[in-house]
Structures are given as structure tokens and as C-alpha cells.
Design a binder for this molecule. Structure first.
Ligand SMILES: Nc1ncnc2c1ncn2[C@@H]1O[C@H](COP(=O)(O)OP(=O)(O)OP(=O)(O)O)[C@@H](O)[C@H]1O
Length: 284
């Protein structure tokens, strides 16, 4: 669906390129996660793909055709839910949706969507009376307003309680089941695990790693056992290689001689991979 090749981009006022050669492909019907530390260029990449920013170097193909050659008709096909919800705050939720609906040829059943995200009974309230989470949910409905083929989402569950985050994640999965394609950025690795078919980690303005979450976990797997035991009036933790455990005399000595508090096998999480690949601790 998208083929991005050697994308380079510099904001006019900056000296340095923000994107220094980004390449990736997104297949029809997949949920693709764009991950990386704050400021690495995830939103910039999304902004280019939704044609908010042009003047990039490199090539972007959408359905095999240069993205630059698409005009306004492109917006009939995409839905955008970016982090900062932008609504007319003096209008009600319904009035906001009615306004944006007029911009599109297709329109979704907004009553149904409002019911799904739990805003149907609040639809006649002014948006400035909405909580942050209500605005985020309304923003999501707005992204689906034109029955898009592609959804661009930036932190779609940010600011939502677990129940509402679940509803949004289910709607994203249903969108995919119905054939939709999703480009998602988030700092929540649990969401990534649950939603994404493939992920790309960005570092230094490029894609540092790209694969399915499962393959990345296999690639970066740490086969270790961590043993926590009592020592010198306190506790001590030690890690042992899982593959040589049966012949490891130090491990035997600990198990025989110490009072064990916990034993854990260590599985690699996407958080671990994030830190390894990008060199940055998650800040959220
Ligand atoms: N309008 C702008 N003008 C100049 N520089 C910008 C502009 N918008 C973003 N930048 C810079 O481009 C870089 C990438 O920003 P971007 O918003 O793409 O990061 P991000 O990876 O989405 O971060 P976050 O996870 O915090 O949303 C940052 O250094 C940022 O300061």
C-alpha cells in the first residue's frame, strides 16, 4: 500500500535533517507501528504521509503511484487521529461531526460509533465541557468519519482509562478485520504487542529495526534465569545462562546453599528491544 524509500526531510527553520533516509513498506490490511524515542521523527513521517508536509527528498508510493501526484481525493481515503484533539470547542460533539462529515463523500454511521466509544449520551454537550479522555474518543470517531481505507493514529489511547483504551483498541482491530490499514505511533509497548502486525523502530532519523513483534523478540531473546536470594543480611540477584544451567556449578552452589526468594526466566519485552535498538530508555 505504501512504499517509502530514502525519505529525507528538514524543517525549513532547522539546520539538521529530521529524517535522514527512512525506508519501509506497509502492506494492505496490516497494522504497522512506528516506534521510537520522543523527537526521533515519527510524527514528521506521519505528517508527510498524510500530505501535511511536502518538500521531502526520496520517494513515497501509495498504491504504486507517487504520493505527490494525489490531490484532494487522497483525503477521502485516509482517516487521521493525531495526538492533540482538535475540535470546535464551542460546538457540540454532534455539530463537530456534522461539520466534518460535509467534507467527505462517504460517511460512517456516527450514532453507532458514538455509542461504541460511550459518547452517544453526551453528543449534544459542547466539546469544551468534555474531559480530556472524551475529546480523545471523539477524535477517534472523527478519524473514522469518512470510512477510510487507511488510518493514521498518533498515541490513540493516550489519556484513556483501561476500559476506554480497550474499546479503542477493539475498534482498531475491527477496522483491520474489515480490510483497513493502520499506521500507528505509540509509546505504549503493550498496545504495540496487542495491535501491531509489524513494527519499525526509528533511531537517528532512520529505521533501525523492522519486523513482527514476535520475530524481534526471538532475535533479541535473552535466555537467562534470574535468581534472587538472601545474602549478607540482605538480598542479592544473579543471572545465569539458561542454556548452560545444567552444568553451571555457580548456579548449583546458589541453589544448594542459599535461601532462594524468587526465580524468574527472563523474556525479552518490546521495552527491552526499544532500549537496545534506539539506545534510549522509554520516558513514558
Ligand atoms: N514544525 C516544526 N519545525 C521545526 N522542527 C520541528 C517541527 N516539528 C517537529 N520538529 C522537530 O523535528 C523532530 C522530530 O519531531 P517529531 O514530532 O516528528 O517527533 P516524534 O518522534 O513524533 O516525537 P514524540 O514521540 O515526542 O511525538 C524534533 O526534533 C522536533 O523538535
Amino acid at each position: 500500500m505504501f512504499a517509502v524509500k530514502d525519505l529525507v526531510f528538514k524543517y525549513p527553520r532547522n539546520k539538521e535533517d529530521t529524517l535522514t533516509g527512512v525506508s519501509f513498506e506497509v502492506a494492505d490490511g496490516e497494522i504497522f507501528g512506528l516506534l521510537g524515542p520522543s523527537g526521533v521523527g515519527k510524527s514528521t513521517t506521519q505528517r508527510i504521509l498524510i500530505k501535511l508536509l511536502d518538500k521531502y527528498k526520496g520517494e513515497i508510493l501509495y498504491h504504486g503511484r507517487d504520493l505527490q501526484s494525489y490531490g484532494r481525493e487522497y483525503y477521502q481515503e485516509i482517516g487521521v487521529g493525531f495526538e492533540m484533539p482538535v475540535h470546535f470547542s464551542k460546538l457540540t460533539a454532534q455539530e463537530n461531526l456534522d461539520f466534518f462529515k460535509k467534507l467527505y463523500r462517504n460517511s460512517a454511521d456516527t450514532d453507532q460509533l458514538l455509542k461504541r466509544v460511550g459518547l452517544y449520551h453526551d453528543r449534544d454537550k459542547k466539546v469544551n465541557e468534555f474531559s480530556k479522555g472524551m475529546k480523545v474518543r471523539l477524535n477517534f470517531v472523527r478519524a473514522l468519519l469518512n470510512n477510510p481505507k487507511v488510518l493514521f493514529l498518533d498515541e490513540p489511547t493516550n489519556g484513556l482509562d483501561p476500559k476506554n483504551a480497550r474499546i479503542i483498541k477493539d475498534l482498531i482491530l475491527e477496522f483491520k478485520e474489515q480490510g483497513g490499514t493502520v499506521l500507528l505511533t505509540t509509546h505504549l509497548m503493550n498496545d504495540v504487542d496487542e495491535l501491531c502486525d509489524r513494527v519499525a523502530f526509528m533511531a537517528k532519523g532512520q529505521i533501525a529495526e523492522i519486523d513482527t513483534p514476535k520475530n524481534l523478540k526471538l532475535k533479541y531473546a535473552q535466555r537467562k534465569v534470574q535468581v534472587e536470594y538472601e545474602a549478607n543480611g540482605g538480598t542479592q540477584k544473579e543471572e545465569f545462562d539458561l542454556d548452560t544451567l545444567g552444568t553451571n556449578q555457580e548456579f548449583f552452589a546458589v541453589v544448594k546453599e542459599k535461601r532462594i526468594i524468587t526465580v524468574h526466566s527472563k523474556e525479552t519485552s518490546l521495552d527491552d528491544i526499544f532500549i537496545k535498538v534506539t539506545g534510549v530508555e522509554q520516558d513514558e
